[in-house]
Design a protein around this ligand. Structure first.
Ligand code: B12
Ligand code: SF4
Ligand code: SF4
Length: 226
């Protein structure tokens, strides 16, 4: 495939047809300077769910319907792995560790995704619902999505005051135990069924950036058996 001439727009259309969007990435200079990418990588394109199409499309998939564990990770391996094969690229995934691939570091170097006062990544459009299903490491050059200003620089930071148990942004980082304890109580139902209140408070997310049913799935996975 003459992929060295494939423009970002062509790849974005291909991503959309797979319920994904190219949210950020690294160009040739950044790739050359990193030692944590597959040898020969000249561009890295990071793939996020394309909302609001993602959740209804994903729940219609064989992986969701078969009832076996980890449907979203299996879906990601099939869809992104298959696409990478077509392109002659390597597919990289944020799950499957430890060790984990450094998705946070790649995303922040892209300049299109930024650190936030609550520790999570933030993106103009996805807000604090920034997440990745995988990435394509391409052996040819593609100009990735342009860097964007950090939305927090002009924000009153409602994310810092929205968590009912102050589990985020403290000196020790993310207090996972406090978050999970809240989710297990009846008061935590809103977070559990509608998604993290701090993530929902972020005005950098466009409306529909994450459906409640999609959030509820991740919250149940995160919480584990109750
Ligand atoms: C391990 C992990 C976790 C652990 C973190 C353990 C800890 N802090 O003690 C747990 C299971 C708690 C976790 C939780 C969540 N995580 Co998480 N996590 C990862 C994972 C798989 C690996 C990170 C890692 O260990 N890297 C290696 C170490 C050396 O690097 P590090 O930079 O020090 O890693 C730290 C941070 O990643 C941080 N971290 C990870 N997740 C989260 C979530 C929050 C809220 C915060 C503040 C910090 C944090 O904890 C790591 C260890 O200290 C990454 C994927 C990846 N490949 O990066 C996703 C990832 C960072 N997580 C993500 C998400 C979405 C979540 C959840 C919000 C999931 C959800 N519910 O939808 C939850 C938080 C629940 C909530 N309040 O909503 C997203 C990014 C979110 C963002 N906007 O920044 C990632 C990139 C996964 C993805 N597929 O997109 N996660
Ligand atoms: S609420 Fe404001 S400060 Fe917090 S992550 Fe979103 S843009 Fe940044
Ligand atoms: S899910 Fe709820 S308890 Fe956990 S960090 Fe978010 S707002 Fe706090």
């Amino acid at each position: 495939m003459p992929s060295d001439t494939a423009a970002l727009g062509v790849l974005e259309a291909a991503a959309q047809s797979r319920l994904l969007t190219i949210s950020c990435g690294l160009g040739a200079a950044h790739c050359a300077a990193r030692s944590d990418l597959p040898p020969g990588t000249r561009s890295l394109l990071m793939l996020s769910p394309s909302e609001p199409a993602f959740w209804p499309g994903f729940t219609a998939s064989a992986e969701w319907q078969d009832g076996a564990p980890d449907p979203m990770d299996r879906w990601s391996r099939r869809v992104i792995g298959g696409w990478a094969e077509e392109l002659g690229a390597a597919a990289l995934f944020p799950f499957g560790g430890p060790p984990f691939q450094p998705f946070l570091s790649w995303a922040q170097q892209s300049g299109a995704v930024h650190g936030s006062p609550v520790g999570m990544l933030v993106h103009r459009g996805m807000g604090l619902f920034t997440s990745f299903r995988g990435a394509l490491a391409l052996p040819w050059e593609v100009t990735p999505p342009a860097p964007a200003p950090r939305p927090c620089d002009s924000c009153a930071a409602p994310c810092t005051t929205s968590c009912p148990v102050d589990a985020l942004g403290g000196p020790a980082g993310y207090d996972v135990a406090a978050c999970k304890a809240h989710l297990r109580r009846s008061e935590g139902r809103d977070c559990l069924e509608g998604g993290c209140l701090a993530r929902r408070a972020c005005p950098a997310a466009t409306p529909g950036a994450r459906l409640a049913a999609h959030s509820a799935y991740h919250m149940r996975q995160f919480l584990g058996p109750r």
